[in-house]
Design a protein around this ligand. Structure first.
Ligand code: NAD
Length: 374
């Protein structure tokens, strides 16, 4: 069995397989081919990979030999046109946002897995790339806010006077939001949290933050752990409460996303007009439109003295840890599709294999993606 690892396109800093996990594949008699310098931005040299038994190759060599192709982002057009027939490609392709592209790829004789489509079950946790990367993003969001915020985060009582603690508001207590709560608490912030899932209240409180309740959220218990869209009435009441808290906040971190949909606007123009000058918003939902009226992905905007930073890829600022966790997720997923003899064995009876598979044998096989094509 041969695994190929591609160098990621554009500004991506991560690599889909780090030398340690590559070494474990090589030990199990799996051949690993890595595109030259694929690990460079994550601080892994070609020599380190070679020391792990990996062969450095160029892209066309990889594409003629690989049985499984690893990447994070969707490779460029030319690469996709030259995928080896019968091969498996694994990454985080955000298929719900790129349905037409998925349909085009499905026509090739390949099997495509997108790990962001894994069901969010207990068994899936070890391969849950959304969680491993969101954890870093939540942590880094707080550090970024601390740098940009023109005041202290912790409370200080000194001979030169007292500094009150910064007030942080976190919207969305999923993986990124909870890590942001934990990091902000460690830095001494006072933290308020909103989420539409009342189930997170206990977790928020156990981290020392306050959970702000809005009654009547839509039941998301059948949405596989994800949020669902809320009623107009709920949204109005939630907005009124968020407005009260936003006016007092020094920092807001927003993480609210709904899979396959535009992110909900939770911080409006009017709320920003009432915020304190010098306050900071970090919007981690920027990729899917953002949670504020002003968010632009990968841009910093200053409005009414409020700095609004849109960044959905903060994990990229910790590329070796992000790659390490991504590689571990990949290793755990591959255990489901490689049998004890080291051969590819796709068992679609397994809910994780089925859930993450987008295309197989010339067709879109994922129900959520197929549903969006109708
Ligand atoms: P996400 O990135 O999709 O969303 C972030 C948070 O925003 C969620 O908590 C969501 O409820 C919240 N949100 C959405 N709309 C909102 C609104 N209008 N107002 C306020 N908050 C809103 O979420 P995620 O971090 O990927 O986690 C999604 C869920 O999956 C969570 O329940 C999490 O605990 C669960 N999960 C399960 C596993 C697993 O078992 N494999 C792993 C990770 C996460």
């Amino acid at each position: 069995l041969t695994i190929g690892v591609l160098k990621e396109p554009g500004k991506e800093t991560r690599v889909s397989l780090n030398p340690d996990i590559a070494a474990s594949f090589v030990k199990n008699n799996i051949k690993v081919l890595l595109e030259a310098d694929a690990g460079a931005k994550a601080f892994h040299s070609n020599q380190q990979y070679e020391g792990a038994g990996v062969q450095i190759a160029n892209r066309s060599e990889i594409l003629t030999q690989n049985d499984i192709l690893l990447s994070i982002n969707l490779p460029d057009h030319e690469t996709l046109n030259n995928l080896k027939p019968g091969s498996v490609i694994i990454g985080v392709f955000q298929p719900l946002f790129h349905v037409a592209k998925m349909e085009e790829l499905a026509k090739k004789d390949i099997t495509l897995f997108s790990l962001d489509m894994l069901p969010r079950t207990t068994r899936a946790q070890a391969m849950d790339v959304l969680s491993s990367q969101a954890n870093i993003a939540g942590y880094k969001a707080v550090l970024l806010a601390a740098n940009v915020f023109p005041r202290y985060f912790p409370m200080f009582m000194t001979a030169a006077g007292s500094i009150p603690p910064a007030k942080m508001l976190i919207l969305g207590a999923g993986v990124a939001g909870l890590q942001a709560v934990a990091t902000a608490r460690r830095l001494g912030c006072v933290v308020d949290v909103f989420d539409t899932r009342p189930a997170v209240k206990e977790e928020v409180m156990s981290l020392g933050a306050k959970f702000v309740e809005v009654e009547g959220a839509a039941d998301a218990s059948k949405a596989g752990g994800y949020a669902v869209e809320q009623s107009e009435d709920f949204q109005q009441r939630q907005k009124a409460k968020i407005a009260e808290h936003a006016a007092k906040a020094d920092v807001i971190i927003t993480t609210a996303q709904i899979p396959g949909r535009k992110a909900p606007i939770l911080i409006t123009k009017e709320m920003i007009a009432n915020m304190k000058a010098g306050s900071v918003i970090i919007d981690l939902a920027a990729f899917s439109g953002g949670n504020t009226d002003f968010t632009k992905d990968n841009e910093t905007i200053v409005e009414n003295g409020v700095t609004i930073i849109g960044d959905s890829a903060l994990y990229a600022t910790a590329p070796s840890d992000a790659s390490k966790m991504y590689s571990k997720n990949i290793q755990n997923f591959l255990k489901l599709i490689i049998d004890k003899d080291g051969q590819l064995n796709l068992n679609f009876e397994d809910d994780l294999v089925k859930g993450a598979c987008i295309a197989h044998e010339g067709k879109i096989v994922n129900e959520r993606v197929a549903g969006m094509l109708q």
